[in-house]
Design a protein around this ligand. Structure first.
Ligand code: ADP
Ligand code: MG
Length: 274
């Protein structure tokens, strides 16, 4: 299937410093693309450029074959939804109201007939129905992230961008969120998701793009991209890639001994070093 979104030679330079350089990337409908890389690699900046929120200083992004900068704000709001890394504070708003904001692009269109049903389903899929009447700023970080995810779902866009949506989530909600993301892709959405957990990327993404120092170091299926050699280089820390139950599991190599050495046996210490 042809790409819905493509980046061509994208670069971002701020105050003379290259934050992103020479990034070429394509995203197709039905695909989940994980964007990974160390802190400061340029992941959030690239997500901003791909979603049309940040203007690149070099190159351009095309949405459905037309430069993204040429699309109106209204068109963009119906084409792509973004879950930012930092949650807005949304003072005074209840969870349900925050999620309902996701419907605003569809105001005065036939799709608005489905507002109630979509808001309800989105609250459910992000597991925030129980807290629908709570004030957003009183929620925990993970609950706020799930509410932002529900708002993104309510927007019902064919393109979805998520910046570290699982960072504050417990293990069950991490799995739930990425399962829902996969369902959205199965229904035809194109998804770009920034993840730090490389095992989650391996399990849920069709493709993994590794960004480091503002450049794309690799772009391909998880099994090809997530190798100990590449990750050790990119993260400047020794990393092992294990095979478990047909999946890749990425773990940091830890020195034998270390802080727990005094209370663990040699055998336990070697387990924790895997
Ligand atoms: P990541 O999301 O991969 O951690 P970012 O895209 O947020 O990285 O940032 C990449 C680099 O660019 C970082 O070093 C960050 O400090 C810098 N940066 C991002 N935005 C700005 C800005 N508006 N002004 C100056 N530096 C910025
Ligand atoms: Mg970031």
């Amino acid at each position: 299937m042809s790409a819905v979104l493509s980046a061509h030679g994208v670069g971002v330079r701020i105050e003379g410093r290259a934050i992103l350089a020479e990034v070429d990337l394509e995203v197709r409908p039905g695909e989940v693309v994980a964007l990974v890389g160390p802190n400061g690699a340029g992941k959030s900046t690239l997500l901003g450029v791909l979603s049309g929120d940040v203007d690149p200083t070099e190159g351009h992004v095309e949405l459905r074959g037309r430069k993204i900068a040429k699309h109106s704000a209204k068109e963009l709001s119906r084409e792509r939804g973004v879950q930012l890394q930092k949650q807005g504070l949304a003072f005074g708003f209840r969870v349900e109201e925050v999620v309902r904001m996701g419907r605003s692009p569809w105001y005065r269109t036939p799709a608005s007939d489905r507002d109630e049903e979509v808001v309800e389903a989105s609250l459910e899929r992000a597991d925030v129905t129980e807290m629908a009447q709570r004030l957003f700023p009183t929620l925990s970080g993970g609950e706020q992230a799930r509410t932002s995810f529900a708002r993104l779902l309510a927007q019902e866009t064919p393109l979805m961008f998520l910046d570290e949506p699982t960072a504050a989530l417990d293990i069950r909600h991490q799995e739930q969120l990425l399962s829902v993301v996969r369902e959205a892709a199965a229904a035809g959405a194109a998804v770009v998701v920034v993840l730090h957990d490389l095992s989650l990327a391996a399990a849920y993404a069709d493709r993994v793009c590794v960004l480091a120092g503002g450049r794309l170091h690799a772009d391909g299926p998880p099994a090809e991209v997530l190798t100990g050699e590449l990750l050790t280089e990119v993260y400047a820390h020794p990393v092992d890639v294990l095979h478990h139950d047909g999946r890749l599991v990425v773990v940091p190599v830890r020195p034998r001994g270390g802080p727990t050495a005094a209370t663990t046996t040699d055998e336990e210490a070697s387990c924790s070093a895997v």
